[in-house]
Design a binder for this molecule. Sequence first.
Ligand SMILES: NC(=O)c1ccc[n+]([C@@H]2O[C@H](COP(=O)([O-])OP(=O)(O)OC[C@H]3O[C@@H](n4cnc5c(N)ncnc54)[C@H](OP(=O)(O)O)[C@@H]3O)[C@@H](O)[C@H]2O)c1
Length: 248
Amino acid sequence: MRLQRKTALITGASKGIGMSVARAFAHEGASLILVSRNINKQDEIVRELEKEGIKFIFRRVDVGERAQVRNLVNDALSIFGKIDVLFNNAGISRPAMLWKMTPEIWNEVIKVNLNGVFYCLQAVAETMMVQQGGSIINVTSSEALLGTFGQINYAAAKGAVHALTKSAAKELARYNIRVNSIAPMAMTEMTKVIFQDNRFQDKYRQRIAMNRFAQPEEIAPAVLFLASDESSYITGQTICVDGGMVMR
Ligand SMILES: NC(=O)c1ccc[n+]([C@@H]2O[C@H](COP(=O)([O-])OP(=O)(O)OC[C@H]3O[C@@H](n4cnc5c(N)ncnc54)[C@H](OP(=O)(O)O)[C@@H]3O)[C@@H](O)[C@H]2O)c1
């Protein structure tokens, strides 16, 4: 098993990409700390892992609140003693064209998608530095790498995540901590607006070389690879798991 004896913290684990990564990590033997604002014991992933007898906890945390993130990491350490992997995945989108974007919508997205990523990265890196090892996987987006319409807040936050991934990778390499990111494209609640409108869907699909959308299950293997020792010599990279939407 590729993550045996490893403990992984997954933010945004209640649905979408985070949920499918939780499933993949559990299958490979990891112990899990599942995080979202509303996760509860009725959730599909919680019921599933309980049935499988996996060692895991779930915590309701807003990653945009630094004190909550600090408490979460302390709580996780008191239970598991270490954190080997962080999948820094929680995110939201609040679309609006530039001229309609209010400071409230701007700040809401920056708070979760950028500040939240930083709070989790910093808190977990501290413990990984003591452990002298770990793997951190952030989540950026094609919208940061290519630009987009109607989501300047989201693109700005994800662009910053792309940049901070490289800086953190440089700072943390000496502690044997690798920091990478993925830029996914998958059908989830966040992207359902694309799939509910046929014209929008066709237009979007034309931007994808493989001309189809993925389920979150097709994103998880790339995250598993970056989390595992198979990627032991890879750091500071962004892997686009998007059917060829972004080619660099
Ligand atoms: N789907 C795509 O094609 C795509 C493309 C590019 C990038 N991404 C990125 O991939 C990541 C996962 O997206 P997804 O498509 O799986 O979205 P999703 O299905 O909407 O899931 C988002 C997850 O984040 C959690 N979350 C949101 N705000 C949070 C907060 N403040 N604190 C803690 N948890 C929070 C949500 O749970 P609660 O609501 O319970 O908090 C949920 O578990 C995001 O960072 C997204 O920006 C996705």
